[in-house]
Design a protein around this ligand. Structure first.
Ligand code: HAM
Length: 430
């Protein structure tokens, strides 16, 4: 049998309901803050990612799905969303619209990563980019939108890790300091970091190999070389976060794995999964549009890893999603066509219905309802049909009564499933 490729997943019902609910929440919250959805291609010219994410990053160096099309052009499945949004912004001259522009997106991204928990080769991101605003207010707004999104999902314990990456000259100065610091210890670095030391010493700070991490912990931080402008910018972001009661902590080691950032960078870590499981990353990228040949316009944004987010959704959100009351309608004898008519009527009134179209006996239908943890089963036999009623059985109470069709929606209003079923996540292949 053919199996799915390593690192991909099938998102199956009922788990897919959680994904849908998370995405619906993102649409609602992001739009409420004035953002509009943008959809960009899942593959782009390879050059776009090399120039924006950066040639010396792990993503470009070893994680991209790059292929030649039939005409020999080099294309890459997008490893992240910001580069495509920036490209689309420039290609469609969105700078001519009133700025800043708030654009959000959701969809699959692709990275050829080593497999481990919470890491996939095809994964989904939900992201927001604010283009054309240089002020620290825009950074704070990004985090505000993010935390309103988290709050709407029921999260209460998430903390932002924040750092200042400085402006480009600061980054160059830091690169110099780091090279001086690491060179005497080069033998202790992994082979990747020995290369990074030559190409872009900042990337050594991001390495996950313990001996490199141990050295990185003693290395000079960006703050030591950052100029006044970036320091003042990030201080203002922090001030705004305090005003907004958004919990954050300064993390001077945070450098992020993409090259386009300046000044503010941040990540949100899921406490359940230890310090290396990041559910959201973002920051400011004031040079990106210009580096891609566009106008000198700033940007700031974030992307949430939806696969990781769904895995750790608070119980309250899962219960609300899985607890939705759904009527199971069981026709008996010659009532099948009438059951479909009744189902249409109920759905138009906003009552979700499952009609028993499998021809099950009443006993088998009740067994199925029990398995699905349904609360309500409506039985429509020929007698009920004649009286335009159903026998409504409440599986929680074990009670049954006759309810006229017109009163069914009302009878079910506010009802919940008996107890929300706990569903297993769809795992990745390891
Ligand atoms: P990133 O940190 O590379 O940033 O990715 C953002 C989030 O995507 C991560 O925090 C993580 O939750 C999720 N993620 C990344 N790789 C994987 C994977 N292999 N499997 C599962 N989840 C993953 C960016 O992509 C930037 N474009 C974010 C940004 C937007 N910066 C400014 N605007």
């Amino acid at each position: 049998m053919i199996q799915r490729p390593r690192g991909t997943r099938d998102i199956l019902p009922p788990e897919s309901r959680l994904w849908h609910a998370v995405e619906a929440t993102a649409h609602r919250v992001f739009q409420a803050f004035g953002a509009e959805e943008i959809r960009t291609p899942t593959f782009e010219h390879t050059e776009l990612f090399v120039r924006s994410v950066g040639e010396t990053t792990d993503i470009v160096h070893k994680e991209m799905y790059t292929f030649a099309d039939r005409k020999g052009r080099s294309l890459t499945l997008r490893p992240e969303g910001t580069a495509g949004v920036a490209r689309a912004f420039l290609e469609n001259a969105l700078q001519d619209r009133p700025l800043p522009l708030r654009l959000y997106y959701m969809g699959p991204m692709f990275r050829y990563e080593r497999m481990q928990k919470g890491r996939f080769r095809e994964f989904r991101q939900i992201g927001l980019e604010i283009l054309g605003a240089a002020s620290p207010l825009a950074d704070a707004e990004c985090l505000l939108v993010l935390f309103e999104f988290f709050q709407a999902l029921g999260f209460q314990d998430l903390v932002v890790h924040l750092n200042n990456l400085g402006d480009p000259p600061d980054r160059a100065a830091l690169g110099h300091c780091l090279r001086e610091f690491f060179t005497p210890h080069a033998a202790q670095l992994c082979s990747d970091c020995q290369r990074r030391l030559e190409e872009n010493p900042l990337r050594v700070l991001d390495c996950k190999v313990p001996s490199c991490q141990e050295l990185a912990h003693r290395a000079p931080t960006v703050e030591a070389v950052a100029g006044e402008a970036s320091k003042a910018h990030v201080a203002e972001v922090e001030e705004l976060l305090r005003r907004l009661d958004i919990p954050y902590q300064r993390n001077p080691r945070l450098v992020r794995g993409l090259d386009y950032y300046v000044r503010t960078v941040f990540e949100v870590v899921a406490p359940q999964w230890g310090p290396s499981t990041v559910i959201c990353g973002g920051g400011r990228y004031d040079r990106l549009l210009a580096d891609l040949g566009g106008p000198d316009l700033p940007g700031v944004g974030f992307a949430v890893g939806e696969d990781r987010l769904v895995e750790i959704l608070p119980e309250s959100f899962r219960n609300a999603v899985f607890g939705e009351a759904r009527l199971q309608l069981v026709p008996l004898g010659g009532a099948s066509a009438a059951a479909l008519e009744l189902a249409r009527k109920l759905v138009r009134q906003g009552v979700p219905v499952d009609v028993e179209v499998g021809g099950r006996s009443l006993k088998a239908a009740l067994k199925r309802a029990d398995k699905l943890r349904r609360r309500w089963v409506a039985i429509l036999g020929e007698e009920e049909l004649a009286q335009r009623v159903v026998s409504l059985r409440d599986l929680t109470e074990g009670a049954q009564r006759l309810v006229p069709w017109e009163q069914l929606a009302q009878a079910l209003a506010g009802g919940q499933n008996r107890e929300p079923a706990r569903h297993q996540g769809t795992g990745s292949q390891h």
